[in-house]
Design a binder for this molecule. Structure first.
Ligand code: ADP
Ligand code: F6P
Length: 472
């Protein structure tokens, strides 16, 4: 078994197994923020990525992806149901997102979570060189740091949570709250998107485990675990290069024509997830049309909602409701050849997404709760001419970094409508000023800066950073 000095452990590998319409197996980039975040900084770094390749059954042997070794962890059908769909996505996910849907608790799911975390920890222990840095990602694998430390005390272990981390009142609902906290505390550094999340974690370590804790340091088992916030970002250089490509510019012009060359294009790009506020947004938009503030002839909404976690009941219900509502709005307000909403559920390649960002006069990113939301940052990076208004939920992690966006509370329907109108009607100088400020922030806080700041905090005196493919 080849070993690496840097090992990333994440539920998903950066590619997954998608079946084409003619039944052939095709490997393509996995959707979602985690892969978007880690793909660039790791490129060409001699690292190993331990993860699941999608599907069930034996682990396929995969070729390296952009110089990074793929080490596949298999999931059985039971693991998929009870670990991924169950404990990760029907217990932790809703609980961590303000319980906007009811979290479910089942003992069988917890058993699967432990079993799968054991398997990931064993795989990481196998591929890590002596003294290696192992960087564990996200809520699917919260027990891995503790399990891995027991197997390999020589390793330097980091944990980063990509999603929101809830206030103690919510976390306390978890029947296995102490074990989950202990698992995370197996790391040397526990990273969150926001300082508030680090504060919540420290409070819980104190309240549940009785540990001496500040927002930056927690003492456990004779060790100090450092805690901090490291807001994740995107590859701004890659996005800028993409939108400036002539074929992307052509694609953008064609898209705008195909939409009927409207005065305003509003765009939303989400995974189909109840945390993303899609239903609230549709309601606000349809009321603006009904009130006569928005005319379907001048304004179109393009809603991209790529299906996600499709076997989880709450996701199935959401999709049905969204599709019913899109149908109702188009039926009521659209005209032949002029729908009020262009609704797309396909995954797009990066160039197609860049073309969409290029034509969006208003980008509506209005989650009810989101750890960060990389779509908001991708849009800002794509607006190379400093145009475009970002309508952004206060409850997205990105809002803390992009206060120049048109900030809204998506639970407040009137506020959401007013915010959307303000973004649509804003004066060009005002839009430009706001966009410039957001772009300046993002240029200095891109994905490479994020990876550098996390890994230098984790591995303060090693040479790892010099080997990481992060260009300053
Ligand atoms: P989450 O991690 O909850 O999915 P983020 O907004 O942080 O949310 O990240 C979503 C990522 O998935 C972004 O990089 C975005 O470009 C990508 N994405 C979203 N929708 C699509 C789609 N239809 N096709 C391809 N990529 C998509
Ligand atoms: O950011 C939360 C997250 O679970 C990421 O780990 C992942 O990139 C994204 O949402 C997509 O989710 P899934 O891996 O369940 O398709």
């Amino acid at each position: 078994m080849r070993q690496s000095s840097l090992v990333v452990v994440a539920n998903r590998l950066p590619i997954d197994d998608s079946t084409t319409p003619d039944g052939a197996c095709e490997w393509r980039r996995s959707p979602g923020g985690l892969v978007s975040a880690l793909h660039s900084p790791l490129r060409q770094t001699p690292a190993t990525w331990v993860g699941w390749a999608g599907g069930t059954g034996p682990a396929p042997a995969l070729p390296d992806v952009d110089g990074v070794r793929m080490h596949t962890v298999p999931l059985t059908a039971d693991d998929l149901r009870d670990h991924y769909e169950g404990f990760a996505n029907a217990t932790l996910w809703p609980l961590y997102h303000d319980a906007v849907e009811q979290p479910e608790h089942h003992r069988r799911w917890w058993e699967a979570y432990q079993r799968v975390n054991q398997r990931f920890a064993a795989a990481a222990a196998e591929v890590a060189e002596p003294g290696a840095v192992v960087w564990v990602q996200d809520y699917h694998l919260q027990l891995v740091p503790g399990l891995l430390r027991a197997l390999r005390p020589d390793l330097r272990i980091g944990f980063f949570l990509h999603v929101a981390f809830p206030p103690p009142e919510l976390f306390m609902q978890l029947p296995r709250r102490a074990e989950l906290l202990r698992g995370m505390l197996g790391a040397d550094l526990v990273g969150f998107q926001r300082a508030q999340a680090a504060h919540n974690f420290a409070q819980l370590a104190d309240r549940v485990l009785g540990l001496p804790a500040t927002d930056h340091r927690i003492a456990v088992d004779g060790r100090i675990v450092r805690v901090g916030s490291f807001p994740v970002s995107i590859d701004t250089t890659e996005m800028t290069a993409l939108v400036e490509r002539p074929d992307v510019a052509d694609r953008a012009s064609r898209l705008r024509r195909d939409l009927g060359s409207p005065e305003h294009v509003i765009l939303s790009v989400d995974r189909m997830d109840y945390t993303k506020g899609i239903e609230q947004r549709l309601k606000a938009y349809s009321e603006l049309i009904a009130d006569g503030h928005v005319k379907v002839r001048d304004t179109v909404l393009v809603q991209v909602a790529v299906p996600s976690r499709e076997r989880v009941g709450q996701y199935q219900i959401l999709r049905e409701r969204v599709e019913r509502e899109v149908g109702r709005i188009n039926g009521e307000f659209g005209r032949v050849g002029e729908p009020a909403i262009h609704y797309l559920t396909q995954p797009f390649d990066r160039a197609e997404l860049a073309a969409l960002y290029r034509i969006a006069d208003v980008m509506a990113v209005t989650p009810l709760r989101d750890g960060m939301n990389l779509v908001a940052k991708e849009y800002v990076a794509a607006r190379v001419d400093d145009t475009g208004a970002l309508l952004l939920s206060e409850f997205a992690g990105a809002a803390a970094e992009l206060p120049q966006a048109y900030l809204v509370n998506p639970h407040d329907l009137e506020g959401l409508k007013q915010g959307l109108l303000a973004a649509l009607r804003a004066r060009p100088e005002q839009v430009r000023e706001r966009m410039q400020a957001m772009r300046t922030h993002l240029r200095q806080h891109d994905i490479h800066a994020w990876a550098r700041s996390y890994l230098s905090a984790l591995d303060q005196d090693s040479t790892l950073l010099s080997r990481l493919g992060t260009t300053p």
